[in-house]
Design a protein around this ligand. Structure first.
Ligand code: BV8
Length: 239
């Protein structure tokens, strides 16, 4: 372990970190899927109104996740665990961080490869890549749904995410427009003086223009960012 091993790096990721793995971001598709706004499909109301449409939406995305491979950004984060403690907090519902080898991944908005009954948020089922269809029931007779957090649903992992973020010595934010709450509020939950570094090929929202920004896609931007994190941890060099 390096002299930086006492440092705790917390990483907040969004759809951008998986973009080069072929998983479309929400903004790139203008938030559209089959001419539906994602916010209109990823909701409990949509599931009640048209469960087939919502289940098909997730079945298609699940197949895309299974075809995707982790990219150099995911892998650089996983490899960096040899240098220091790395806690990943992701808004993504794919498993690419885990498949790249990251060992501490908290999914704020759930996991598309898992399912649960509409009656029970706790008991999870591993889908092993299978689709979910209307009529697929739990042993207790309840309809299965994707284990994801829809718009308008609470984010149970938020408390744990806030605790982890409060312990960060450095916060790295990769591939997120920081448009969805409460996830985006994590940036303001770091301790005073904790440096933040953004990796995103596009300009961030005006509210984040004051933060250090590596204007690269994840595959090249994450390795550059991690070099700077190591410099900071070893020598205190500001970003
Ligand atoms: C809640 C799982 C309350 C499902 C998701 C008005 C104002 C503010 C807030 C609200 C509002 N109206 C409603 C709200 C609340 C709402 C919200 O924030 N809405 C937004 C749209 C305004 N939030 C909620 O509803 C949350 N729940 O508030 O509950 C409550 C409390 C108690 C009891 C009951 C209820 C729940 C939100 C969770 C929704 N689920 N995902 C699914 O995936 O289908 S959100 C989903 O969208 C993602 O998880 C992610 O969080 C978000 C997308 O954001 P990003 O990941 O940032 O992706 P995006 O495409 O936007 O940006 C990509 C970025 O990558 C860009 O910056 C781009 O430049 C960059 N990029 C592109 N290429 C690359 C790259 N970066 C690096 N490399 C590249 N190659």
């Amino acid at each position: 372990m390096s002299a930086a091993s006492h440092t705790h790096l917390v990483v907040l990721t969004g759809a951008g970190v998986s973009a080069e793995s072929g998983i479309p971001t929400f903004r790139a598709a203008d938030g559209l899927w089959e001419n539906h706004h994602v916010e209109d499909v990823a909701t409990p109301e949509a599931f009640l109104r048209n469960p087939d449409l919502v289940l098909r939406f997730y079945n298609e995305r699940r197949r895309g996740v299974m075809k995707a491979q982790p990219n150099a950004g995911h892998k650089a984060l996983a490899d960096f665990e040899s240098q220091m403690q790395v806690s990943v907090i992701t808004q993504n519902i794919d498993d690419l961080h885990e498949r790249a080898g990251s060992t501490s991944v908290l999914h704020l908005h759930g996991e598309i490869l898992k399912a649960r009954g509409v009656d029970d948020d706790e008991r999870l089922y591993d889908l092993d890549g299978a689709d979910i269809h209307l009529g697929d029931l739990t042993a207790q007779g309840y309809q299965l749904r994707p284990h994801v957090v829809w718009f308008g649903e609470a984010v149970p992992a938020m408390e744990e995410a806030a605790r982890i973020t409060s312990q960060a010595d450095i916060l790295l934010v990769i591939g997120t427009s920081l448009a969805v709450y409460p996830a985006a509020s994590l940036v303001s939950m770091r301790r005073d003086g904790t440096p933040v570094l953004l990796v995103d090929p596009n300009e961030p929202h005006a509210a984040y223009r004051n933060l250090s920004h590596i204007q690269h896609p994840a595959s090249t931007g994450v390795p550059i960012a991690l070099d700077r994190v190591l410099e900071f941890a070893m020598r205190g060099h500001k970003f």
